[in-house]
Write a new protein. Sequence first.
Length: 322
Amino acid sequence: MLRSTGLGAENETVYLTLVRQGPATLVELADRAGLPEPDVLRAVDALQREGFVHRTPPPRELVVPVLPDLAVEQLVRRQEEELERVREAAYRLTAAAYNQASDRRTEELIEIVSGQTAVGLAFDRVQRTARQEMRELVAPPYAASAEVNRTQLDRQAEGVTYRVVYDSSALSDEVLSASAVSHVRAGEQARIVDALPTKLAVADRELALLPLDWATPARDAALLVHPCSLLDALVALFETVWARASPLVVTAEESLSAEGTMSADDRYLLSLLVAGLTDEAAGVRLGISRRTVARRVQLLMERTNSRSRLQLGWHARDRGWL
């Protein structure tokens, strides 16, 4: 049982002897295990370091086994933490290698990743590269096992912002929708559009992942893009989609829904402004003050992420509000 942990055959024999026959002194344990006392002492020291046994104080000085489920759980957790540190170090080393922009050759700006497992690991790598923000476009076809993204939850807990735009078909996928609810509950900023041009994941402005053939469900091949003009274009693509997408909220039924559509009053206000009326004239039509008109327009601009009234009009028409 313990050999795969690196503790060795003698350590396993000593531990199993304790589990099966109960606490013992070193002399008793050596007799039970049929091993020389010095070997048993080394085994006990190793088991104690790994949390498999503890020793009582004099005069008895018994070696007591820790319950197997607790001991193994502690060992697995420590090994997972160590592997996580190794992985983080590998990511940092990779980032350092690609930060040498002046020495980077053209063929090093883009990596081709082949195989579903490799693509999954590449997506994890992109998320762990992000220090400030992840941008994602989530489009069909969706993976068969679209479970909660544990890496995303961990990164969000560490302060990384996730902005994600979903294709409208995502709401009809029960598994994906349920996982998205968990992500939004944890702080993800989610939006939705009728149709997305591709899948995409971008870490800050450092690394992006997009499929070679995004219509293939198996996701057998993808591109990893390092800082270059293509990466800048992918960031611009995301921001364009984000600007015209509608915010998603979690409903009382624990599902995702687009924020409420524009009210009749706001629709009428927009139609008046597009027709060329001033804020004061529009206010007279609506029976409200010019200041109220300006405040409602500002709220609509914030809702659509518009920088100007002209852009607000474009977004309103694009979303079917006019």
